[in-house]
Design a protein around this ligand. Sequence first.
Ligand code: ATP
Length: 306
Amino acid sequence: LLAIGGAAGGIAAFLPVVIQAIGSWQRIESLLEHPADVPATVNGAPLDKPLSRLALRDVSFSYTGERLNLNEVSFETAVPRRIALVGPSGSGKSTIINLLSRNYDAINGSIMLNDTDIREVDNQKLRSLMAVVSQDTTLFEESIAYNIRIGRLDATDAEVEQAARAAEIHDFIAGLPNDYDTNVGEGGKLLSGGQRQRIVIARAFLRNPQILLLDEATSALDAEAEAAINETLTRISADRMLFSVTHRLSSCRDMDWICVFKDGKMVETGTHDQLLERGGVYAGMWEKQSEIAIGNAGREVAISIE
Ligand code: ATP
């Protein structure tokens, strides 16, 4: 949610203009809210240059102060790159996304964008750099256009359509009786899971983010819909930095790099092939998923014979 917003001042400057078209102030405001426990950086570094390097340096974090949920995580990457974050449940993957989107600040260490600490970067600039797509992103009981435009409130109709095309949902929308004015129903219930997620991807793409953060963006979908959406995401992230938290390791094969987390530590990194060869945590997870896949395939055969 944070990633679609900005420090309240900047957004508020043009919000009244679109408020009638877009709904109630409170609703939008709650979406754009800056988290209370992260100090806003106003008039900070503009980060003029295109993002070319991103680094985590000995980053540690704790939600409650009782134990470390991330423990001295370091890595550096050129931009653009496609990076998968994998590991068992609770290992700290989403926490990395939370820190990258500055939902929280690290308690130790730093996140560097080029040569600038993320805490020094002007809030509005930071928001405009990033977009998050997660599995539980909200769709409002409003039109499709409304739901896409939440990504950038001043977007023109043409830009909304362009984003929908990039997310490969335009043709579907154009085929609806009220096309972009079609109401998606409560929580988007009139759409399929894949269609909902494409609307959310269009919303993210409308921001033209340099950093795309996917937190289990396709985990609620069946394998076929997931594969189709992954193709779309591969296309739209070609020249952007992509971090993708995923449980499905099959989607890691095309990634440039994989970071494996366990108990808050980054325990392995490498490409899919390198990590399989290493025979460590990732290889163990891969083997387990393959066994489950074979098991499921076997069951399907059994059912179809019956
Ligand atoms: P999953 O695959 O289940 O989403 P994850 O690897 O993304 O897990 P995180 O969500 O990063 O894991 O959580 C890391 C640890 O921090 C877990 O032990 C989790 O219980 C804890 N945690 C996450 N969010 C909070 C929070 N808001 N308050 C307190 N603890 C939290």
